[in-house]
Design a protein around this ligand. Structure first.
Ligand code: ZN
Length: 612
């Protein structure tokens, strides 16, 4: 007989891992040099930048932060072959890990960017990863946690920090490894094609690519947010992982004002390959044609050097099976909406400055106007990025389709920013539809219709004991006080669900059903408090909880569940579900189950491997 409730292995992580708690006499930031464009990107005067990350002590023996740590193993033979160092240098590297707290190095922003200094790769990866982590923390209103590998590390008294391995293997690949809790970056020889930006046969270090680092750490962050997001139930699932990671990497381009200003100076707008292309060096080094990149943000904008705009992507195209290609539909829809909102807001500035939009006049913009436009581009990019990240909290806990993701963005943004003065939501809806993304059964394309509409009661049901005033926090005001406190909260939620399931009230709306027979126990996978801030400063407190349940079928085990969004009063505002007892879902999954004998998780190592 099954126990009716069980707790998932990531439930207690908010208490077990946290970023460094700043002391009053600590500096606010640490400055670190990075490449903001791939080292081989040609035509940019602003390849490198010194960026700020929150200060934390890193120790003397390499980079050991609270959330990220850089591996300092001896350099592997394939890299030593490339570097051709004398024995003295190799020994020096092995004995002297990077000491960023050393005063002179701290003042200089660490090591200056260089492709021939292996220590720099770790510094850069640490800085970019920390940046992306901070973006997630701001969007979610809480500190992100890692996957269940953290619990195993803590049990063995090891660091809960995600390990960055800058020279993990020889090969044209980089990936997040959820079994080890590491980002593994490859090193490889560029193809022998003639190229002016990448040396034929030269060494390509994937850990020196801003975009690859940002993409990989996003996989790790997303894996930390949800227990069953990687369950490969539909082609949209791996594609969402890829598209989402690309969106995060691309929107971070706009955090570097120098880069955005250069794009506006050169092209009068944002249609610059520096901003809208990903992984330029990697793409060229794979042997694609000169100047090629891994992926592009846009499907309907001609970039400099292109004769005509490519055709718009179509979600219904049966050829869109490869996850990165399918993911690019999502990326293109979001970026088309972004550019529309930017153009509208930039148009106001241009009119104010009495500059006609388009044409030659844009090429001689005064520098103050360029700075203002760049600031606007960054502000709009930040709004979009925050909305895209926050939407994960409003997605079903598994089996997420692109249409679900759009509805999650709309719902999350409407809750936090009731006024959409910039027209972001309207632009997103139209661009998703232009690409024929399936939105499921909705009445019309209004925001109101796309917002999730469950539970279907006028009065939202309240979960006893989960009002914000019932919760106990640590001094930081957002981390639960203890494991016992999280257990109390999860128990309260579990009892609420069992009560609803057994009474038949709101049948099926929570995605789970009575345990027993083919159905496993209802699992509380995670329960996280969130204090989010909207664009107008409005604060929204609440709880995001994730439940799941297994069902044994003759073809294999399937899963359902729901993401529950609770208000500050502890009421269930949304129950975003994939029902475990939905017979149609089971029929849809049958082919996949028959092929594989059971559902498996998406593997990033396989997804990212590139063959020339
Ligand atoms: Zn990926």
């Amino acid at each position: 007989m099954n126990t009716p409730i069980q707790f998932g292995e990531r439930l207690f992580l908010p208490v077990l891992m946290a970023p460094y708690a700043r002391r009053n006499d600590d500096p606010l930031h640490r400055r670190l040099w990075v490449y903001v464009l791939d080292p081989a990107s040609s035509g940019s005067k602003r390849l490198t930048q010194c960026i700020e990350v929150p200060y934390e002590p890193l120790g003397k023996a390499g980079i050991h932060g609270a959330v990220f740590a850089v591996d300092h193993s001896p350099l592997p033979p394939f890299l030593l072959d490339h570097l051709d160092w004398p024995e003295r240098l190799i020994e020096d590297f092995n004995q002297h890990p990077l000491h960023l707290d050393e005063p002179r190095l701290a003042m200089a922003g660490g090591i200056e960017p260089c492709t021939g200094k292996p220590l720099f790769a770790g510094q850069m990866a640490y800085a970019i990863c920390q940046r992306v982590y901070d973006t997630f923390a701001a969007a979610l209103g809480r500190f992100p946690t890692w996957g269940p590998w953290v619990s195993r590390r803590i049990r063995h008294s090891q660091s809960p920090a995600l390990t960055i391995r800058p020279f993990a293997f020889e090969g044209a690949n980089a990936y997040y490894d959820p079994s080890k809790g590491s980002l593994e970056f490859g090193v490889f020889n560029a193809a022998l094609n003639d190229s002016t930006s990448v040396l034929p046969g030269g060494m390509v270090i994937t850990c020196l690519s801003h975009d690859i680092i940002a993409h990989e750490v996003t996989h790790a962050l997303l894996d930390g947010m949800r227990a069953h997001f990687r369950l490969n139930t539909h082609p949209d699932v791996p594609a969402l992982h890829e598209g989402f990671a690309d969106l995060v990497a691309l929107f971070h381009h706009f955090q570097y004002p120098d880069l955005v200003e250069q794009a506006i100076e050169d092209h009068g707008g944002l249609n610059s390959d520096m901003l809208l292309e990903l992984g330029k060096e990697f793409g060229t080094a794979l042997g694609n044609k000169e100047g090629d990149c891994l992926r592009r943000a846009m499907d309907n904008v001609a970039l400099p050097g292109q004769q005509a705009a490519p055709e718009i992507c179509n979600y219904e195209d049966p050829a869109l099976t490869e996850p990165h290609v399918r993911g690019s539909v999502l990326v293109a829809a979001v970026f088309a909406a972004y550019l529309q909102v930017y153009e509208r807001r930039a148009g106001e500035l241009l009119r104010l400055a009495n500059v006609t939009a388009g044409g030659e006049s844009r090429k001689i913009l005064p520098s103050q106007l360029v700075s203002l436009l760049a600031r606007e581009a960054a502000a709009v990019a930040d709004e979009f990025l925050q909305a895209c990240i926050r939407a994960i909290d409003y997605c079903p806990p598994l089996d997420v389709r692109f249409g679900d993701y759009l509805r999650a963005i709309i719902t999350a943004d409407r809750m936090l920013n009731p006024q959409d003065s910039s027209g972001m939501r309207d632009a997103l809806i139209r661009e998703f539809r232009r690409r024929k993304v399936d939105l499921g059964r909705v009445r019309d394309l209004s925001e109101y219709s796309l917002e999730w509409n469950s539970p279907s009661t006028v009065d939202r049901p309240a979960v006893p004991g989960l009002a914000w005033s019932d919760l106990r926090f640590r001094n930081d005001g957002r981390t639960p006080q203890s494991i016992a406190e999280i257990e109390r909260q999860a128990q309260a939620l579990g009892e609420f669900l069992i009560d609803k399931v057994h009474s038949g009230e709101l049948k099926g709306e929570f995605g789970v059903t009575r345990a027993g027979g083919d159905y496993g126990p209802i699992t509380i996978e995670s329960l996280r408090t969130a204090a989010r801030r909207g664009r107008d400063g409005r604060l929204l407190n609440g709880i995001i909880a994730e439940t799941s349940q297994t069902r044994t079928t003759p073809d294999g085990v399937v899963r359902g569940g729901s993401t529950l969004v609770l208000t500050e009063e502890g009421r269930v505002d949304f129950a975003i579900r994939k029902r475990v007892d939905d017979e149609q879902r089971l029929l849809d999954l049958r082919h996949q189950l028959a092929d594989t004998g059971g559902l498996t998780d998406v593997s990033f190592r396989e997804l990212h491997s590139h063959r020339r």
